[in-house]
Design a protein around this ligand. Structure first.
Ligand code: PEP
Ligand code: MG
Length: 883
C-alpha cells in the first residue's frame, strides 16, 4: 500500500481530488505543487494510516517507516539537505489535516529536527545565531506542549523570569546568549516533568510528532467536535510533513494569512495580515499587531505601519498573482497562509475561506457575474439557514456578551429592552415609546398584543414549537424560549438566573440566534438586503420545483411574506384570529354555552369579523392560493382564567358567573393538546364549521369583486384521524357553499382538504384521500404524537437527549426523517394511491428548515409552508434540493 504521498518541486503524487485520502491540507498542498506554485517540498501520510493505527492497537503498518525514509530523502534531494545532518540539516514542520478542518486536534509543530548540534549548523548557515537559538527554544516549547504534554505556560514563566531579572521588555531584546541559557532551563524543565531528557534524535522527534497527530484524533475535544458536526471517526486524519521555511530570518522575511476576498463583506479585494521577521504562531498569538497586506486596506484602516505591497513589492505582486490563480482554479474564495524567507515567497496552505452570510451572498453573485460560476452553482454556494443573519438585526460580533442565561434559539434576531412581565405592560410601554422585552413563563394566544408590542420575547418554559416560538417566528420577533434556568417571579417582579437577580425595568438583550439572554443593551448590526439578495433569489426560483407558501393569519404577516416571495398561504390558523380586541368574549361565550342556540348567538357575532379577516387576506394574496384551517383551539387557551374575565363573559351571556364557573371547570382537561380540539370540536359543534365556512365563502365573493380575481379558497380540517370525521365536516361545508352560492348568485370554486398530523391519518391516507383534495402535513403535532412527547414540555429533557447523543437534533426543529418522515412518506404515497392528483404540502415548523425541505423534495411534495421570515430560506433550500 502507498501510505505516503510526496509533493514539491512542481509536482505531486496527489491532487485536490484526493481529499479523503490526504486530508484537506494535504490535498491542496499537492494541488498547489502540481500548479507549479512555490510550495516547500514535503509529504503527506494518509488518513488510511490513521485508521490502521486505531485498528491495530496504536501501531503502524510495517512498511510505513521505509516509505517515510524514502520521502525524507526526496525532500532532502530537493532542498539539498538531510534530516539530522550535522552540516546541512533539514528542518520540518508537522501538521495534522483531516478531510474537513477540525479544531481541537493537534495543530502544528515547527522547527522539528533541531537539537544541540543542528542548531549550530543552522545558525552558521544563516549567519545569525540568535535566530537559530530562538527557533530552537520555540521548538522545545511547542513540541513539549503538543507532543509531550508539558504545559506551555511553564515555559512562558521561565521566559518572563529571565526577562524581569535582566530588565528586558521585549523578546526582540533577548540575545543569542540569553537564549542559550533559557534553552538549558527549558530542557531541565522537560526532564524534571517527564523524567527523561528532551529528545535530541530527530527521528525520535519526528515519530513523536506523527504519533501526536494521530492520538489527537481521539482527544475528547476532537470527539465532541465530530459529534456536533456529524463527522465519522473512521475518516481519520492525515499528517503533513514539510520542509521548514523561515519567516523569522530577519527583516526580509515575513509570514502572514490572507483571504482572496473580504470574508465579512465579500468585497473583491485581497484582504489579510502579516508580520515581518516572525513565525506562524506569532500572527495567531496576537502579541504583535499585524500589518495590512494591501496599501488600500492600510489606508482604509489608517495604519501607519507599511503594507506588504509597500514593503516587499515584488513578493506582493507574486502573491497577488498566486491568489488570483488559486481563486480561479478552485472557483471559490480562498483562505491562504504564506511565508517569505529572505525575500522568497512560499505558499503553506490554501482552502475555501469561511465567510459571513453577507459575504457568501456577494461572492456567489459576483463570481457568477465574473463567469467563474454558473447561476446554479451560485445558488448552491449560499447556506439557506445563513440568510437568517441577513433578515434580522444581529448582535455585533465585536460586542461584549454578559450572559445571564441560555435557552432555546426559538426565533432569530436580537432585541433589547426593559423587562416587563405582562402583555398589557408591554403595550403601555410601546405606546409610551419605550422598548421592552416580554418575559413570561410561557405565552398563550392572549399575549399576542404584548408580543406585538415587545421588541423580543423570553420564556422559561416551552420548546421550539411552543406558542411563544411559533408566534414570534411568525412575527419575525427575536425569541428565546424554554430558558429553564431562569426563575420568573411575577409577584416580586424579578427574574433570577445563576445567582443573579434582575428587576422589572432592567434592560436585557435576547439573542434569538444563540438562545442567549444578555445583560444590558448590546450593540447590534442592522439588516440590509442588498441587490445581490434579489438576484440570487431570482436564480433560485428558476430551478425550484416546490412552491413556497407562508403560515400567516394577520394582514401584516401576510404582507411581509408576500414581500419575501411567498406564493400563497399554506396555513391560516383561525384560532389566532380569535384573540383580537373584543372577540375573545364572544369566543368564550360560544365555548361556554350549553346550548346550540347559545353557541349560534355567539357565532353570529363572530361571523362578520371573520369575513372581514378573510376578505383582507384574499385581497393581499391577489388570487394566490389561501389555505384556511378551521378552528383548532386547545381548549385551555380559550377558557377564562380570572374572575374578571369570567364576569365579562357572564355579563355578555346574561348568566350567573357562578354557574359559568362550574361550566368552565367542567371543561377543564388534563391533556388539552390531546383533548377536545381540532375537528373533534367541529364534530361536537357543527355550527362552528358552518360559520367559518360561510365567512370564507362570503369573503371569497367579496374579495373577488374587489380584485377581479377568482378566489379559490382551500378549507382545511385539522386533527383528522378518521375519514368519518372529515366526511361530517365536509358535508356541513358543502351545504354552506350551496347556500352562499344561492344567496350571492355566483359560482363558487373551492377545495376541501385535511391536515395529516396524527399517525392514524398518515396510515389511513388512502381512505382519507377519498374525501380530501389536499393533505397538509402538520408535522408539529405529528412529531408530538409519533414520539408521544409534548411539544410544550419536551424542551426540558430534549437537551439531555441531545447531549447524550440519543438524538441529533430537536425533532420539533428538524424533521425526524426516520420516524415522523416515514409517516409523512406513507401518508403521501397512500394519499396518491386513491387520488393521483392530490395536492401535498407541509405546514409544520419544519416547512422552514432546510434539511426537512430537502426531505419534502425527495418525496415529491408540492409545496412547503413556513413563517414569513423563513420564506427566503425555504425558497433557497427548495432550489438547492431540486438541483
Ligand atoms: C402542526 O401541527 O404541524 C400544525 C401546523 O398545526 P399547529 O402547530 O397549529 O398545531
Ligand atoms: Mg397541529
Amino acid at each position: 500500500t502507498k501510505w505516503v504521498f510526496n509533493f514539491g518541486d512542481g509536482k505531486a503524487d496527489g491532487a485536490a481530488d484526493k481529499r479523503n485520502l490526504l486530508g484537506g491540507k494535504g490535498a491542496n498542498l499537492a494541488e498547489m505543487s502540481n500548479l507549479g506554485l512555490p510550495v516547500p517540498p514535503g509529504f503527506t501520510i494518509t488518513t488510511e494510516v490513521c485508521t490502521w493505527y486505531y485498528d491495530h492497537d496504536n501501531s503502524y503498518p510495517d512498511d510505513l517507516r521505509a516509505q517515510v525514509e524514502a520521502a525524507l530523502e526526496h525532500v532532502g534531494s530537493i532542498t539539498e539537505r538531510r534530516f539530522g545532518d550535522e552540516k546541512a540539516p533539514l528542518l520540518l514542520s508537522v501538521r495534522s489535516g483531516a478531510r474537513v478542518s477540525m479544531p481541537g486536534m493537534m495543530d502544528t509543530v515547527l522547527n522539528l529536527g533541531l537539537n544541540d548540534v543542528t542548531v549550530k549548523a543552522i545558525g552558521e548557515e544563516a549567519g545569525d545565531m540568535r535566530f537559530a537559538y530562538d527557533s530552537y527554544r520555540r521548538f522545545i516549547q511547542m513540541y513539549s506542549d503538543v507532543v509531550l504534554g508539558v504545559d506551555h505556560h511553564e515555559f512562558e514563566e521561565i521566559l518572563e523570569e529571565h526577562k524581569s531579572l535582566n530588565d528586558l521588555m521585549l523578546d526582540t531584546e533577548i540575545t543569542a546568549d540569553d537564549w542559550v541559557g533559557i534553552i538549558e532551563k527549558f530542557k531541565a524543565l522537560v526532564e524534571k516533568e517527564l523524567g527523561t531528557p528532551f529528545p535530541q534524535d530527530p527521528q525520535v522527534q519526528l515519530w513523536g510528532a506523527i504519533g501526536a497527530v494521530f492520538s489527537s484524533w481521539m482527544v475528547p475535544r476532537a470527539k465532541t467536535y465530530r459529534r456536533l458536526h456529524d463527522i465519522p471517526a473512521t475518516w481519520g486524519t492525515a499528517v503533513n510533513v514539510q520542509a521548514m521555511v523561515f519567516g523569522n530570518m530577519g527583516e526580509t522575511s515575513a509570514t502572514g494569512v490572507a483571504f482572496t476576498r473580504n470574508p465579512s463583506t465579500g468585497e473583491k479585494a485581497l484582504y489579510g495580515e502579516f508580520l515581518v521577521n516572525a513565525q506562524g504562531e506569532d500572527v495567531v498569538a496576537g502579541i504583535r499587531t499585524p500589518q495590512d497586506i494591501t496599501e488600500k486596506a492600510r489606508l482604509e484602516a489608517g495604519s501607519t505601519k507599511p503594507s506588504l505591497e509597500n514593503l516587499m513589492p515584488e513578493c506582493f505582486s507574486e502573491f497577488q498573482a498566486i491568489c488570483d490563480r488559486l481563486e480561479a482554479h478552485y472557483r471559490d474564495m480562498q483562505d491562504l497562509e504564506f511565508t517569505i524567507e529572505k525575500g522568497k515567497l512560499w505558499m503553506l496552505q490554501t482552502r475555501a475561506g469561511k465567510r459571513t452570510a453577507k459575504a457568501a451572498l456577494k461572492i456567489a453573485v459576483d463570481m457568477a457575474a465574473e463567469g467563474l460560476l454558473t447561476e446554479e452553482e451560485a445558488v448552491l454556494r449560499v447556506e439557506p439557514a445563513a440568510l437568517d443573519q441577513l433578515l434580522h438585526p444581529t448582535i455585533d460580533p465585536k460586542a461584549k456578551r454578559d450572559i445571564v442565561a441560555t435557552g432555546l434559539p426559538a426565533s432569530p434576531g436580537a432585541a433589547c429592552g426593559a423587562i416587563v412581565f405582562t402583555s398589557d405592560e408591554a403595550e403601555e410601554a410601546k405606546a409610551a415609546g419605550r422598548k421592552v422585552i416580554l418575559v413570561r413563563v410561557e405565552t398563550s394566544p392572549e399575549d399576542i398584543h404584548g408580543m406585538h408590542a415587545a421588541e423580543g420575547i423570553l420564556t422559561s418554559r416551552g420548546g421550539m414549537t411552543s406558542h411563544a416560538a411559533v408566534v414570534a417566528r411568525g412575527m419575525g420577533k427575536p425569541c428565546v424560549s424554554g430558558a429553564g434556568m431562569v426563575r420568573i417571579d411575577y409577584r416580586t417582579g424579578t427574574i433570577s438566573a445563576g445567582g443573579r437577580v434582575l428587576n422589572k425595568g432592567d434592560v436585557i438583550t435576547v439573542d434569538g440566534a444563540t438562545g442567549q439572554v444578555l445583560f444590558g443593551k448590546v450593540d447590534m448590526l442592522q439588516p440590509a438586503l442588498s441587490g445581490d439578495f434579489g438576484t440570487l433569489m431570482g436564480w433560485a426560483d428558476k430551478v425550484r420545483r416546490m412552491k413556497v407558501r407562508t403560515n400567516a393569519e394577520t394582514p401584516a404577516d401576510a404582507k411581509v411574506a408576500r414581500e419575501f416571495g411567498a406564493e400563497g398561504i399554506g396555513l391560516c390558523r383561525t384560532e389566532h384570529m380569535f384573540f383580537e380586541g373584543e372577540r375573545i368574549v364572544a369566543v368564550r361565550e360560544m365555548i361556554l354555552s350549553e346550548t346550540e342556540d347559545g353557541r349560534r348567538a355567539a357565532l353570529a357575532k363572530l361571523l362578520p369579523m371573520q369575513r372581514q379577516d378573510f376578505t383582507t387576506l384574499f385581497e393581499i394574496m391577489k388570487g394566490l392560493p389561501v389555505t384556511i384551517r378551521l378552528l383548532d383551539p386547545p381548549l385551555h387557551e380559550f377558557l377564562p382564567h380570572s374572575d374578571s374575565e369570567l364576569a365579562d363573559v357572564a355579563k355578555a351571556m346574561g348568566v350567573d358567573p357562578d354557574k359559568l364557573r362550574e361550566r368552565a371547570l367542567s371543561l377543564h382537561e388534563f391533556n388539552p393538546m390531546l383533548g377536545h380540539r381540532g375537528c373533534r370540536l367541529l364534530v361536537s359543534y357543527p355550527e362552528i364549521a358552518e360559520m367559518q365556512a360561510r365567512a370564507i365563502f362570503e369573503a371569497a365573493v367579496e374579495a373577488g369583486k374587489v380584485t377581479g380575481d377568482h378566489v379559490v379558497p382551500e378549507i382545511m380540517v385539522p386533527l383528522v384521524g378518521l375519514k368519518g370525521e372529515l366526511d361530517l365536516v365536509r358535508a356541513s361545508i358543502e351545504k354552506t357553499a350551496e347556500a352562499v352560492q344561492k344567496e350571492a348568485g355566483v359560482e363558487l370554486t373551492y377545495q376541501i382538504g385535511t391536515m395529516v398530523e396524527l399517525p392514524r391519518a398518515a396510515l389511513q391516507g388512502a381512505e382519507i384521500a377519498k374525501s380530501a383534495e389536499f393533505f397538509s402535513f402538520g408535522t408539529n403535532d405529528l412529531t408530538q404524537t409519533t414520539f408521544g412527547i409534548s411539544r410544550d414540555d419536551a424542551a426540558s429533557f430534549l437537551g439531555t437527549y441531545q447531549s447524550k447523543g440519543l438524538i441529533e437534533q430537536d425533532p420539533f426543529v428538524s424533521l425526524d426523517q426516520d420516524g415522523v418522515g416515514e409517516l409523512v412518506k406513507i401518508g403521501a404515497e397512500r394519499g396518491r394511491s386513491t387520488r393521483s392528483d392530490i395536492k401535498l404540502g407541509i405546514c409544520g415548523e419544519h416547512g422552514g428548515d432546510p434539511a426537512s425541505i430537502q426531505f419534502c423534495e425527495s418525496i415529491g411534495l408540492d409545496y412547503v409552508s413556513c413563517s414569513p421570515f423563513r420564506v427566503p430560506i425555504a425558497r433557497l433550500a427548495a432550489a438547492q434540493s431540486a438541483l
